[in-house]
Design a protein. Structure first.
Length: 222
């Protein structure tokens, strides 16, 4: 099952993000992310969080429509998004897309990105916006990109060191390379042919690709 989590970030153009939602997706809102869902014409199945950024009137309307409000106390150890991710996984999600996870406060945006690498989640988690999609890959995983030739791809280490980085189908190929946290060597590569792939032997890395249409590449263990 695939879940969509609407996050309370900034979405400049709702139409460019709405395209990621497809029939049959399990729709979940992380607190004020419910505003984005409703603005796109969707009704979440559940809203998760302390509900401090959800308009009370909208909360009443959603509850009246049968939407579950999973309310948590304001003094909590996890963000609304982390709680929503845990709810999606408990409910059986095997793939999760995060919409509206960027923009606004820098601390929240960074926390939302790093949350994907916080643990080895038992689901594939992707963060998407209008034209880019970010995916975390772990040691021993390979990822086939679906970005069109000419599109950009960047790999950023999220662990102290990422080793065995190997690309195929890229303008600047790597063969068992090592990148350390903070390195910019993996920024702004270019897809030149299909299949374009990324593989890492050890560590955790964030792969960001420019993509014109859903869906995107899927990591797999090798």
């Amino acid at each position: 099952m695939r879940a969509i989590i609407f996050v309370n970030g900034i979405i400049p153009d709702l139409a460019t993000v709405e395209r990621w939602v497809r029939e049959g997706d399990d729709l979940i809102a992380a607190d004020g992310g419910a505003h984005h869902a409703v603005a796109m014409g969707f009704r979440p199945r559940v809203v998760v969080g302390d509900l401090d950024s959800l308009d009370p009137l909208l909360a009443e309307q959603l509850a009246a429509q049968g939407v579950e409000l999973e309310k948590h106390p304001p003094a909590k150890d996890k963000t609304d998004l982390e709680l929503a991710l845990e709810r999606a996984i408990r409910d059986g999600a095997q793939e999760i897309l995060l919409l509206g996870a960027l923009g606004g406060r820098l601390d929240q945006s960074l926390a939302n990105v790093l949350l994907m690498a916080q643990r080895d989640w038992p689901a594939l988690i992707r963060l998407v916006d209008a034209t880019e999609i970010a995916t975390v890959i772990h040691a021993g995983e390979s990822m086939t990109l679906e970005a069109a030739p000419g599109s950009t791809m960047s790999l950023l280490p999220l662990s102290a060191e990422v080793t065995g980085i190997t690309y195929t189908g890229m303008l600047y190929p790597l063969d068992r390379a090592t990148l350390r946290l903070g390195s910019t060597r993996g920024v702004s590569n270019e897809v030149v042919s299909h299949p374009a792939t990324v593989y890492i032997e050890t560590g955790i890395a964030l792969v960001i690709q420019t993509i014109e249409k859903a869906p995107c590449g899927t990591p797999s263990s090798t």
